[in-house]
Ligand binder design. Structure first.
Ligand SMILES: [Mn+2]
Length: 423
């Protein structure tokens, strides 16, 4: 029988935004509500798509005993599902373990909350051969060993979905809660592992059993960039499974890298930034945006960027234009990684090492013989089996070699000149 569910995780309801200073009051309010808005979109999506069940793989709440508002709103969403005849399966993770009072809520009758020992629960008890969800909750925050050994064996002929908050394959940047390996998950023979914990979405394995992290539903700081959402998962009559990612985030974090090369003055710089923000807003389909800018490259505006107050001034101007619209694009800060502009001709005229170096690269681009000699020198590197994996293949032809030399010149010059001038 076919079956459709939404796989969500890591709502972190009511968790604060970090990385944004002084915002407009209306922006602050939208940020404050963002995790709730995203959650409400998950509920709306379940109803819209007519799913059979919502599966939530832990970290519903941000703190084990924090926000009453989060708990009330969470239950209210589940009640909407109950009214629509949609079941919900919930397990708790390290942020909201069973021993935190946040996990002891009065749930509507459509909800199954997994306890501290794993069990298999049919999605619809009236259908004996229908799909089952197997899950477990963290009794307490510190679950440092695998929870898999307690999971029931797959029932033959029934689509089986595992629901677990865990770090699979020692994912870096995430704490090792309930660690297990991908092989351990595969060995269960289940059809789909609905995981939570890792906040960046990933289809870890795309064939049975599928192993999926949907990521969190709302980015909450500058490192949780890009679309955030859930998977709508379809299981067809033959048991084939297809997950579709759907973004539900209310506010999106982005990073803009802007090159200053060729930008003549401050007003041209502002227009460039202004245009990039506009483009970014177009790409986020009517979502609010919080972004940071990183300025890079070399150019005449480096000096003015480096003056105290310039960056704050740019942030202020951008926020005046884009920060009060609906949807808004709010700049959380600008990072200066620019360097002073190089005057290659002047450096080339010098009688120092840099002057000699530039004379040499000029000669390579002029002198066929020298280019050929360089090519010969490079051949062993390109022929080496160990080095080859870093290159695309065979030695570049003369023209490409010149491009290679020009790129090398840029790198060397940056190192040499900045060292000397301290730019
Ligand atoms: Mn989490």
């Amino acid at each position: 029988m076919s079956f459709r569910f939404v796989h969500a995780a890591d709502f972190h309801l009511d968790s604060p935004f970090t990385g944004v200073r002084e915002t407009e009051p209306q922006v602050a309010e939208i940020l404050r509500r963002a995790t709730f808005t995203a959650y409400q979109r998950v509920i709306a999506l379940c109803i819209e798509r007519g799913v059979d069940a919502l599966l939530v793989a832990g970290d519903i709440f941000d703190g084990a005993d924090r926000s009453l508002a989060a708990q009330i709103q969470f239950v209210r969403g589940l009640e909407r599902l109950n009214d629509a005849g949609i079941r919900a399966f919930i397990c708790h993770g390290n942020h909201d373990p069973l021993d935190g009072w946040g996990a002891r809520l009065k749930m509507p009758s459509n909800v199954h909350q997994f306890g501290e020992s794993a069990e298999a629960v049919p999605v619809d008890p009236r259908v004996p051969s229908g799909p089952v969800v197997c899950g477990i909750s963290y009794p307490t925050r510190e679950m440092r060993s695998s929870l898999l050994p307690g999971f029931p064996a797959r029932e033959p002929g029934r689509v089986t979905i595992g629901l677990l908050h865990a770090n699979v394959g020692a994912s870096t940047g995430h704490e090792a809660y309930a660690p297990c390996s991908l092989e351990d998950l595969v060995a269960t023979g289940y059809d789909y592992w609905a995981l939570g914990h890792v906040h960046t979405r990933a289809i870890v394995r795309d064939q049975a059993p599928l192993v999926v992290y949907p990521g969190n539903t709302q980015g909450r700081h500058p490192n949780e960039r890009g679309p955030r959402g859930v998977y709508v998962v379809d299981v067809d009559d033959h048991g084939a499974i297809s997950p579709e990612f759907v973004a539900v985030d209310a506010v999106r974090w982005e990073q803009l890298d802007v090159q200053i090369d060729g930008i003549e003055d401050d007003s041209a710089l502002f227009s460039r930034l202004d245009g990039r923000v506009e483009d970014l807003l177009h790409q986020t389909d009517e979502r609010h945006l919080v972004y940071r800018i990183s300025l890079r490259g070399r150019g005449p505006v480096h000096g003015s960027i480096a003056r105290p107050g310039t960056l704050d001034g740019l942030v202020g101007q951008l926020n005046e234009v884009w920060g009060t619209r609906h949807p808004f694009a709010f700049c959380g800060g600008i990072l200066d990684q620019t360097r002073f502009e190089l005057d290659r001709d002047a450096l080339r005229q010098g009688t120092d090492f840099i002057g000699d170096f530039l004379a040499l690269t000029d000669e390579v681009s002029r002198d066929e013989g020298l280019a050929a000699a360089l090519q010969q020198e490079l051949a062993p590197l390109y022929d080496s089996t160990r080095a080859r994996k870093y290159f695309d293949g065979s030695l570049p032809p003369t023209d490409d070699l010149r491009a290679l030399v020009a790129a090398a010149e840029d790198i060397a010059l940056a190192l040499l000149v900045d060292d000397e001038v301290g730019g």
